[in-house]
Ligand binder design. Structure first.
Ligand SMILES: [Mn+2]
Length: 414
């Protein structure tokens, strides 16, 4: 029996203002062919189908077109979709009654009976092999929000205990339902302890009460645990069969070096025989200038930019690589963006981000050792201190004057 595990599609995503629809379309075409090539019996999508709770219609169209085509091409494929923290649970669940008729199992929020009990008939999904026998059971548990958890009172680790209790109940029921020889599959969308974060695209969601959960929540007897949330593919807590598949697309420029993939899981009865990463072809490249290590000044960077390939008829603009430029600035450079854009005027790239580096690491006033009462400082002095912290020098007279003019204009506006 073969499962394909994927997650974190983030349909509707924008990278620094650039729409990702082309890349998503290419990924879904590739995934469809991969299901066929690998003769997959089931597809598990472990949350964050959409990038936002209110995805654009084009993103929803991609999702439904994919489900419809998958059902049409592979009538016996088991499809399981769980909600992630980016998804609106109710939006994902809204078409559930309809999708159920097509044997597509969607679990946006954890299903409960009218009496408030876990709805195990919905949460436990039988997965069938090529002979149409139930070869595995999947505990389709989505991202758990505080409202999904049993009330634990204000104890310190209420989240961990609440999540543990939901999984405990689901697994106990699963054990009762499954026959010997049938594999036990878990899903989840959570941040597990020891996970490696992508620099920008996940860190911002770690605030609030989303603490890391211990891997022990998933019992050792589970044949495989399909996780979503982290964008870098990885195993969890030293257990080979507890995995994040990672996202199929780079969701921040810092993910340029990740090997984006889906996981092909081969089961032999209850045993997980093999977990094989299938790299997702990158439809749009990411270029970072300067290429080598070390800081480069604006002139050096501009020289490298002029070497980039020119636009031509052979490559449509939606396939132009994304470009990130990093410039070392020993002194301020007011025309920075304009000069970079001019160097790129006829180049087949899309400039997404300009990063600047300064002789001294950027610090805030709060970082300095002396304690400053901000109310005691004039705006000009704050500006001068900021300038000194970046360039280790006094701001030039012309710049002080320009700042003063801006300040005056701002005060006039008020
Ligand atoms: Mn997530």
């Amino acid at each position: 029996m073969h499962l394909i595990h994927t997650s974190d599609w983030h349909l509707g995503h924008h990278l620094h203002g650039v729409n990702r629809e082309y890349e998503h379309r290419r990924f879904l075409e590739w995934l469809m062919n991969t299901i066929e090539d690998q003769r997959a019996d089931a597809l598990l999508i472990a949350g964050d189908v959409f990038d936002s709770a209110n995805p654009p219609a084009a993103a929803q169209a991609l999702y439904y077109r994919f489900l419809a085509e998958a059902r049409h091409r592979f009538p016996s494929l088991d499809l399981v979709v769980i909600g992630g923290n980016h998804d609106s649970a109710s939006r994902l669940d809204a078409p559930k009654p309809l999708l159920r008729h097509f044997n597509i199992h969607v679990m946006g929020s954890v299903a409960r009976t009218p009496q408030g009990q876990l709805d195990l008939d919905q949460l436990l999904v039988p997965l069938r092999n090529g002979d149409n026998d139930v070869a595995a059971w999947c505990a389709a548990v989505p991202f758990l929000r505080p409202a999904d958890l049993p009330r634990m009172g204000q104890t310190e680790n209420w989240l961990e205990r609440g999540v543990g209790q939901v999984y405990g109940e689901v697994f106990a029921a699963l054990e009762q339902r499954r026959q010997p020889g049938q594999a036990l599959i878990a899903t989840g969308h959570a941040y597990m302890t020891g996970g490696e974060l992508s620099e920008l695209s996940e860190r911002k969601i770690q605030v609030g009460n989303q603490h890391a959960l211990p891997v022990a929540i998933f019992p050792e007897r589970a044949s495989y645990t399909a996780l979503g949330h982290l964008h870098k593919a990885q195993r969890v807590g030293g257990r080979d069969n507890v995995r994040y598949s990672g996202s199929p697309l780079p969701l921040s420029l810092d993910e340029a070096g990740y090997l984006h993939q889906v996981l092909l899981v081969s089961l032999d009865g209850e045993r997980c025989r093999e977990i094989k990463p299938l790299p997702v072809p990158r439809a749009v490249d990411i270029i970072r200038i300067p290429k080598g290590r070390g800081d480069k000044t604006l002139d050096e960077v501009l020289a490298e930019l002029r070497e980039l390939p020119e636009r031509g008829a052979d490559l449509p603009p939606e396939q132009y690589p994304f470009l990130e430029v990093t410039v070392f600035l020993p002194q301020p450079e007011p025309g920075l963006r304009k000069q970079i854009e001019e160097a790129l005027a006829d180049k087949a790239v899309r400039l997404l981000k300009i990063r600047t580096r300064y002789p001294k690491p950027t610090s805030t006033l709060a970082d300095t050792a002396e304690s400053i009462d901000l109310a005691q400082l004039e705006p000009e002095e704050v500006f001068a201190r900021k300038y000194r912290s970046q360039f280790d020098d006094e701001p030039p007279k012309a710049m002080r004057q320009a700042f003063h003019e801006l300040l005056e204009a701002t005060l006039m506006e008020r």
